[in-house]
Design a protein around this ligand. Structure first.
Ligand code: NG6
Ligand code: CA
Length: 497
């Protein structure tokens, strides 16, 4: 008996010292990927074998949400566990906006560090940098490394915003002192061409709305930029650049037998969609479809790496998107014209920017070979809960936030998800409770014309029963008045009014 106890003790110690009880976590986060863009959801016609491998080998959530219908607020909630509408700065940010996460607050990577993990972000940031005006030519203060990431290799904002450079930790990559980089979102620099003054520079894509300021790599962008020529990225190479950093980080930690958290934030299929030539024409749907196939390939390379090293059995992959899909988001890239029968929206009303389901409803997959049993879950889940859920799994105590512990739901062991959720689009809120969603009255145009998306904004209350009406065609506000009254009251409570 004594012998057995000491063997057990010894194996526990060994087990712990090798960190094997702590799974690696890879959060794969796409930009504007719709539910219908993941083949496994069987809503569209695009085939995504690697996304599907995750979907079919893990839990595929059919009732999953980002907190918001745009990037910055969704990412803010993802990393802090706080509702983005509590932070007035959590709006789509310019490329030179200051960091909007309080460096003193708890974050997903900080929580992992408390548990002994190494942490990294590779890809799209869009949560601001610096604490005021930013000088791109010196070490950047207030960056991902100040909110819990040991390593960062990022683009500042979006692929359609300047500066079009990579930033590794605090430095713009490849910058030469002889050609400093300047950025402005207010006015152009003297004698610098723009898409308006020099339309001939747009050799790769033309703007449809917005996106008519500085031009780089034949593509017009938002914001003005000057200099930094040696540091400017080549859009077609971005996937390989981010993938290489991702694989290196995984390999380093494998060699060190070190548990890690990797936030792999791919740029696809946000505009401008500029896939590597290897993927051009592959989808038959133009650049949007090709960009998704490129992302699917990159995710496949990560899976291959995990499988080849046996790390797949000790790695939890969470896969999702920051907001719903959009077709024409400001460039002439044939996203609409070449769509065919594909449906990124999975039939949902609205899309990116919208309070309707198409805005914040996203694909969400959880995969952990040998630990998660393949399943489809219709539990109501939200990315807001990742921080709290994972902290409980790792027994790390964190200050309370808006998130709740649904780790058993994410692991497919329970089907009891959220009872309620507040969704956000452009600062406006909707309230979900059970199968009902209520959208209070808001002022403004109901349709975002340029992108052809209904925003969910109407001058009257809207109430939908998603169990019977997932596409939000029947407003029950005037017929189900009791339910409406209850949701009004409960929403006030939820937002703390
Ligand atoms: C909008 C841009 C859009 C996209 C979005 C941010 C215009 C006209 N539209 O303002 O193209 O960049 O911001 O997308 O400029 S997000 O996914 O990062 O939230
Ligand atoms: Ca986005």
């Amino acid at each position: 008996m004594k012998k057995l106890i000491s063997i057990l003790l010894l194996s526990t110690i060994l087990f712990h010292s090798h960190g094997q009880n702590k799974p690696n976590i890879i959060l794969i986060y796409l930009d504007d990927l719709g539910v219908g863009d993941v083949g496994a959801y069987q809503k569209g016609t695009l085939r995504t074998p690697n996304f599907d491998k995750i979907a079919k080998g893990g839990v595929r959530f059919t009732n999953a949400y980002a907190t918001s219908a745009t990037c910055t607020p969704s990412r803010f909630a993802l990393l802090t566990g706080k509702y983005p509408w509590r932070n007035p700065k959590a709006k789509i940010l310019a490329g030179d906006a200051p960091l909007i996460i309080d460096t003193a607050s708890m974050t997903l990577p900080k929580m992992f560090k408390k548990a002994g993990y190494k942490t990294a972000v590779v890809g799209k940031w869009h949560l601001g940098l610096g604490n005021g005006t930013i000088d791109w030519n010196t070490a950047i203060q207030e960056n991902p490394n100040d909110v819990g990431f040991d390593e960062s290799f990022i683009m500042a904002a979006t692929t359609d915003r300047v500066p079009t450079v990579y930033i590794q930790n605090r430095q713009v990559v490849g910058l030469q002192a002889s050609d400093p980089l300047y950025v402005s979102y207010e006015k152009n620099f003297p004698n610098q061409p723009t898409a308006l003054s020099n339309p001939e520079l747009m050799t790769k894509q033309k703007w449809h709305h917005g996106h008519n300021q500085s031009v780089h790599n034949g593509i017009p962008r938002i914001g003005f930029m000057k200099g930094g020529k040696s540091a400017l990225w080549v859009d077609e190479e971005m996937t390989n650049v981010f993938l290489e950093k991702t694989l290196n980080f995984i390999e380093q930690n494998r060699q060190a037998n070190q548990p890690f958290f990797l936030y792999y934030a791919l740029q696809q299929p946000h505009v401008p969609r500029v896939p590597n030539p290897a993927f051009v024409g592959k989808s038959g749907m133009g650049p949007r479809g090709d960009a998704i196939l490129e992302a699917d390939w990159a995710v496949g390379e990560v899976l291959k790496k995990l499988e080849a090293t046996g790390m797949d059995k000790n790695t939890l992959i969470l896969f999702s998107s920051d907001n719903g899909p959009v077709l024409n988001d400001g460039y002439h890239d044939e996203a609409m014209e070449k769509l065919g029968k594909h449906d990124p929206f999975a039939g949902l009303r609205g899309g990116k920017y919208s309070l309707f389901e198409g805005g914040a409803k996203v694909p969400l997959l959880a995969y952990w070979k040998g630990t998660i049993q393949p399943a489809v879950s219709n539990a109501l889940v939200c990315q807001l809960d990742f921080l709290t859920s994972l902290s409980n799994m790792l027994h790390v105590s964190i200050p309370q936030n808006d998130g709740l512990d649904f780790m058993n739901v994410f692991l497919g062991k329970s089907n009891k998800g959220r009872k309620e959720l507040v969704l956000e689009a452009s600062g406006n809120l909707a309230y979900r409770q059970g199968n009902y969603v209520m959208i209070p009255p808001y002022k403004g145009a109901p349709l975002l014309k340029e992108v052809n998306i209904e925003l969910g904004i109407l001058p009257d209350f809207q109430l939908y029963d998603l169990s019977k009406d997932p596409f939000q065609r029947h407003n029950l506000a005037s017929s189900s008045t009791d339910i409406l009254q209850k949701l009004k009251k409960d929403m006030q409570k939820a937002i703390g009014d």
